[in-house]
Design a protein around this ligand. Structure first.
Ligand code: ATP
Ligand code: MG
Length: 196
């Protein structure tokens, strides 16, 4: 595999701080290298597809749809992301496992990752207690309530999913800790991966 790859997938459980770390890393790259990084979000792309088709009114309703419909929306979002990310350094911000009414929907199935061909999968992790409190303190989103033990299990499952993406695509897997109050540090690691 010698083709150059320009996509870094950033994943991790809801409320771990993906979007915060991504936005900070993009600012750091702009300051240091003067380069604009494209940020795409599979959830946002899916929301656009689903809204146009009249299936949902807000983003957090997506995971409540019948899973066949979520998969269909996910396929369209994956195609659109593969197209948009072709020619510049891109971050794809996404969930690894989406809790539906019928088990977990896999956020990065084979047909999505093979379309995107990431160079690296970055898994953002944080202390499970801190994630629980970040979710409660964030009024901008409606995230499902989970116990600290469930959050921990969910994070362990994300490691398995991230490794699977590496196995399918040859992408490297990098775990980045998003420590409380230290977003800049986590973002600097992501910026290094982007510019590698
Ligand atoms: P989702 O998957 O639901 O989109 P996310 O992983 O993108 O969630 P964010 O929205 O980035 O998570 O962050 C969730 C909340 O945690 C926000 O209120 C954010 O300000 C806060 N937060 C993120 N990182 C840190 C940190 N290192 N220290 C303290 N608070 C943080
Ligand atoms: Mg986010």
């Amino acid at each position: 595999m010698t083709e150059s790859r320009n996509v870094v997938i950033v994943t991790g459980i809801p409320g771990v701080g993906k979007s915060t770390v991504v936005n900070t890393a993009v600012e750091q790259v702009k300051k240091k290298h003067g380069e604009d990084i494209l940020i795409l979000n599979i959830g946002t792309e899916m929301f656009e597809v689903a809204t146009k088709a009249g299936h949902v009114k807000n983003r957090d309703e997506l995971r409540k749809l019948p899973t066949y419909l979520q998969r269909e929306i996910q396929r369209k979002a994956g195609e659109s992301i593969a197209e948009k990310s072709k020619s510049k350094r891109t971050i794809v911000d996404t969930h690894t496992l989406i809790q539906t009414n019928n088990g977990y929907l896999i956020g990065l199935p084979e047909w999505v990752v093979n379309a995107i061909k990431p160079k690296t999968v970055v898994l953002v992790e944080a202390d499970s207690e801190k994630i629980a409190s970040r979710r409660t303190a964030d009024p901008s989103r409606t995230r499902d309530a989970q116990t600290v033990t469930d959050i921990q299990i969910h994070q362990e499952m994300c490691r398995g999913a991230a490794v699977s993406v590496g196995t399918i695509t040859g992408a490297t897997v990098r775990i980045i800790k998003n420590r409380e109050g230290l977003v800049e540090e986590a973002a600097a690691e992501l910026a290094d991966t982007l510019m590698e």
